[in-house]
Design a binder for this molecule. Structure first.
Ligand code: GDP
Length: 359
């Protein structure tokens, strides 16, 4: 399976940089020259500066309208670069990584997603975006709401990562982001690495594409890992991967349409009865009742790793919080604006033009 990771904006390019570190094909697109230079692993010829005529290479200051405009202006450049990297071998899935709360990523990602869907109709476009922290204030929440709305009409799936959920109390912010980014890449890279691996019960690209082709709804990735020697119940470990603590965002997994579970570990631990118990439980729990599964017994392995992907999710508190907060804000802002206008009219009404005073 071929996946191309495209990072947009600062958060997105940092995540793409980590994918590049673990040998995925990755590209970085940003309006800030400085942030592009700061990356460590994406090759220099795969770093694309956009919107230079608009911002002088200095970024868009968390303004998604400017981010959208920058991507629009330089879309031919970005698409040419992508075309030259792709060559003649098809890409199965484009993963677009970005931060929902900023400007370049939030504004530019939907524009790029739309262009990719048009140019490569057989490939999937999956958005992987970090949701803003509550303490960042209202602007990032509004940026996120706008971008959720746009992407839900374009992308095949949106893998939303709730920074609030993954940040641990007391974490310094840049440390927290670094750790969250590792978490994102570790899980998705583990899953992608297991697709198309030859074996008995394995996952292929068409399974993954089926699960992710979910009309712009939300998806999440769950994860659980343990030392093989310490596992008391494999079934419990698998279940843990799709319970709240293992997931990227607060979501009601019962609302999910499809799922996929990949289990990797030493053969003596991967007992069929335990695996089927957990998978039957999950199959019955989700609305769509379809779970794809892959078992990867590996005699060299000392740990058991479970990666779970759930898609078609429409009930998520992380997302609802953002949309509701943005809607409430928009409403109170409009009310305040109307009130101010009325007050202004009331205050100034009856005021003559005083021309006579100066006549
Ligand atoms: P842009 O460059 O204008 O697209 O802005 P950013 O990429 O900095 O996006 C800002 C948003 O992304 C904020 O809401 C942050 O919460 C989030 N963010 C920024 N950097 C990171 C990061 O490295 N990891 C994660 N998980 N979130 C980030």
């Amino acid at each position: 399976m071929r996946a191309l990771i495209i990072g947009v904006g600062q958060c997105g390019t940092k995540i793409a940089d980590l994918f590049s570190l673990v040998d995925f094909e990755a590209l970085a697109v940003n309006t800030s020259r400085g942030d592009l230079e700061y990356l460590k692993h994406v090759p220099h010829e795969r770093r694309i500066l956009i919107g230079e005529s608009l911002t002088g290479g200095k970024g868009v200051n968390a303004n998604p309208i400017l981010g959208r405009e920058a991507m629009k202006r330089d879309l031919p450049l970005v698409m040419r670069k992508i075309g030259s990297i792709i060559g003649y071998e098809d890409v199965d899935i484009f993963f677009l990584t970005f931060g929902f709360g900023g400007g370049t990523g939030a504004g530019g990602t939907p524009v790029l997603a739309e262009a990719l869907k048009e140019e490569y109709p057989d490939s999937l476009v999956v958005a992987i975006g970090a949701l803003p922290l509550k303490e960042e204030g209202i602007r990032p929440t509004i940026n996120a709401a706008i971008t959720i709305d746009k992407l839900s009409k374009i992308a095949d799936s949106i893998i939303a990562i709730d920074n609030n959920k993954l940040k641990e109390g007391g974490d310094d912010i840049s440390k927290a982001y670094e750790r969250i980014n590792y978490t994102i890449v570790e899980r998705i890279a583990s899953l992608l690495a297991l697709v198309d691996v030859p074996g008995e019960q394995t996952l292929d690209a068409s399974d993954l594409k089926f699960v992710l082709k979910a009309f712009g709804s939300f998806a999440t990735v769950g994860y659980a890992k343990a030392d093989a020697g310490r596992i008391k119940s494999l079934s419990r470990l698998i279940t843990r991967s799709f319970e709240s603590e293992g997931l990227y965002l607060e979501a009601n997994i019962e609302s999910a349409l499809y799922g996929l579970v990949a289990i990797h570990g030493p053969p003596e631990v991967l007992k069929a009865a335990d695996i089927f118990e957990a998978l039957n439980y999950l199959t019955n729990k989700i609305r769509g009742k379809q779970i794809f599964r892959g078992f990867y017994p590996d005699p060299r392995e000392r740990e058991v790793e479970v990666v779970t992907l759930l898609s078609g999710i429409y009930e998520s508190r992380s997302i609802e919080d953002i949309i509701i907060t943005a809607k409430r804000y928009a409403q109170s802002f409009m009310e305040a604006k109307e009130e101010a206008e009325n007050k202004k009219k009331e205050l100034l009404s009856g005021l003559p033009d005083f021309d006579d005073v100066y006549a």
